[in-house]
Design a protein around this ligand. Sequence first.
Ligand code: TYM
Length: 333
Amino acid sequence: MESEKKIMLSGIQPSGDLHLGNYLGAIKNWADRVNDFDCYYFMADLHTITVRQDPKELRRRSIEMLALYIACGLDPKKNTLFLQSHVPAHAQLGWVLDCYTMFGELSRMTQFKDKSAKHKDNINAGLFTYPSLMAADILLYQPHYVPVGEDQKQHVELTRDLAIRFNNIYGDVFRVPEPYISKVGARIYGLTTPGQKMSKSEPNGCVFLMDDPNVIMKKFKRAVTDSDTENCVHFDKVNKPGVANLMSIYSTITGKSLEDIEKEFEGQGYGVFKPAVGDAVVQTLTPIREEANRLIADKEYLNSIYKEGAEKASYIANKTLRKVYKKIGFYQL
Ligand code: TYM
């Protein structure tokens, strides 16, 4: 029997260790909604090789990330958790969608522009066609919603365009999914670079989920606030981007509104505010880190989750793939 719940799907590349941006922009959102949706979450390892990877590190992160997903609250009994390369249908539909994606569309993707500027010596075809593979990742599972941070919105919009284009030619094959972006936390900025999204490429301003509490506190104490002399906790994205970012982090973690946070720290400067944010983050991440470490030690269990996840995901993905192959005229036995 088909599930009556609406379907949610998303993924993260195991190209770096998970950080607070991934957690607040994506995973926390997913974990908060496990009971309301039929959920598929995967590690997008096929995507990582658009940038050269160290094979040993990629393998380590691919299994550690599963431990972290579970530790963050993604119960494998309620969610289908899997590794993208374990489900060949992703690459298969990816090729098909390559042939329905226009060169001009891919050229406009900001992530392609950013990454090709950063990796000038390796502007490979995969980096360019990456959004078609991401569309395949999504459309295979016929999801209603794709919960992502703001930086992935353009890719989900292209996915919608491809689904509509395909459906216009062949009939109703794909569900056209909606991006699902939360109001706070959708874009967490680096603690040392409040103008840029938090990312592993700036490790001093990036809080990793597996960081020790004292490392986290140090990163928050050194967070860039602003150059004015106001020393006042007030939400102003344009003039106080560093403070606004810390407030967003604090708000997403504690559930307090921005106004309440301003009140809470009224009359107190950044010297009080920054460690308070750090402390809230430590409180949230400590049980996650401990649980992840416990799970990482049980590789057999993690492997069994991946195996089961790949079976469940393949079953659904292959159904969509078969339909696509039939529609486009591939001879079926
Ligand atoms: P990736 O691996 O770069 O990021 C994973 C998720 O984390 C979110 N995110 C952030 N959110 C808020 N602030 C930040 N600083 C921040 N940094 C990252 C991202 O928006 C994303 O939701 N192409 C995708 C992976 C992918 C995928 C998919 C996602 C492959 N196939 C299908 C959804 C559906 C990516 O590179 O995300």
